[in-house]
Ligand binder design. Structure first.
Ligand code: SAH
Length: 383
């Protein structure tokens, strides 16, 4: 096996300065450093180049130098699935046990990519299947961006600045809590929102948090994307139970952070996500309390029908109840708030991510371990 120093470095996820330093170390002269950095930046993020050989305007020597020192490798695709409704889901892998999912949701007027920030999660929201998986680790900027590159490769969505592009919106709503992986998410989203890179405007990029209150102002100031809040309850006792981070940062503090979120305006509203759990948070009194709670904030409300998973301790609210709840929200001035579940047949809907693959893997691992155990017992048996 080669020593780590011999392994070519991936250039995906470096910021411009990082890319510049990498090129300097590889021997690019100081006087051509800026130009070379810009050329590569453009090939990697505007054209989605997957190898250096295709970078036709670069001198052959320079391409060879790049090939010997660096890679543009994406995560490995473990599975790629397509739902009956056109939603796509990729299970990606970058190392042993480092697996994460990305979901593409096509709609008539947009295509949204739902991106993961962590492998597993620490939050333990009781209705979320990802929350039942322990945190493995934070994803790196390269792994976060890799999700976008894989989706754009598969959808043939290059160059990223072309009109009619397929990935028009990014939501940090996959596995994990993005504000617990702030630096890496910030680095990745800076490249997503860079007009000379993936070129999605900040209003097309949404970061969703379960409510890591102290990080919310930093997200506004330093990342500058749109914000979504997984609110899900209007009373602390219920929210303590279903979104346990509420015990640390209760509703009043969360709402205050939203009220003062930098950059929120009539045109850039904060999205409040509200999962409809039968008999838990779906009373009409809850609906009235919800509109009261967000009054005075530039807000949108998304009602999410609960997506079931095996062993989930909740049921989705009855449709008639969701309609009545939605009507109260609508009458308070929040338009078309019920989000249609997408990709449920491939476990790609909100809160269903990773589940199946983990189960499969865990059982496969168990079978292997049992085999190993049995054969070691056999070999120790007296002949
Ligand atoms: N940790 C961040 C990012 C995850 S976003 C956050 O909590 O905001 C995923 C969204 O799906 C969250 O709003 C989450 O609360 C919601 N969700 C989780 N499980 C769900 C389920 N089973 N049905 C519907 N929505 C769910």
């Amino acid at each position: 096996m080669s020593a780590p120093a011999d392994i070519p470095t991936s250039l995906i996820g470096l910021d411009r300065d990082g890319l510049k330093s990498a090129l300097a170390v590889a021997g690019v002269s100081a006087k051509s450093l800026s130009m070379r950095t810009n050329q590569l930046w453009n090939w990697i993020y505007v054209h989605g180049a997957r190898d250096f050989a295709s970078m036709s305007n670069l001198a052959k020597d320079f391409r060879t130098l790049l090939e010997n020192s660096f890679t543009l490798a994406r995560p490995e695709i473990v599975t790629a699935q397509v739902s009956q409704d056109g939603t796509r889901k990729w299970l990606l892998k970058t190392g042993p046990g480092i697996e994460f999912e990305t979901v593409y949701i096509p709609e008539s007027d947009r295509g949204t990519l739902c991106v993961s920030s962590q492998v597993g999660c620490t939050l333990n929201c009781r209705f979320c299947h990802t929350g039942t998986q322990k945190l493995v680790r934070n994803l790196t900027p390269s792994e976060i961006l890799g999700q976008l590159l894989i989706a754009k490769d598969a959808l043939e969505d290059w160059p990223s600045t072309a009109p009619g592009r397929k990935v028009t919106n990014i939501v940090m709503m996959g596995m994990g809590e993005p504000l617990y992986n702030f630096d890496h998410v910030k680095a990745a989203l800076a490249i997503v929102m860079d007009g000379d890179a993936l070129a999605l405007s900040k209003r097309r990029v949404t970061l969703s948090t379960a409510g890591v209150v102290p990080m919310i102002p930093r997200a506004g100031n330093e990342i500058g994307s749109s914000l979504a809040i997984s609110l899900h309850a209007v009373k602390d006792d219920i929210r303590d139970e279903i979104v346990p981070i509420n015990k640390k940062y209760p509703i009043a503090e969360l709402i205050e952070a939203c009220r003062t979120y930098p950059g929120a305006s009539n045109a850039r509203r904060i999205t409040f996500e509200y999962v409809m759990l039968k008999g838990v948070n779906d009373s009409l009194a809850d609906a009235r309390a919800l509109v009261k709670l967000v009054a005075g904030i530039f807000a949108k409300i998304n009602l999410i029908p609960f997506n079931p998973w095996p062993g989930a301790p909740y049921e989705c609210s009855d449709w008639s109840q969701i309609e009545k709840f939605a009507e109260i929200v609508n009458r308070a001035g929040y338009a078309s708030p019920v989000r249609t579940p997408r990709g449920r047949d491939i476990m790609a809907a909100c809160g269903q991510l990773k589940s199946e693959s983990v189960k499969e893997r865990a059982s496969a691992r168990m079978a292997r371990e049992m085999d190993a155990l049995q054969s070691s017992q056999l070999s120790r048996m007296p002949h």
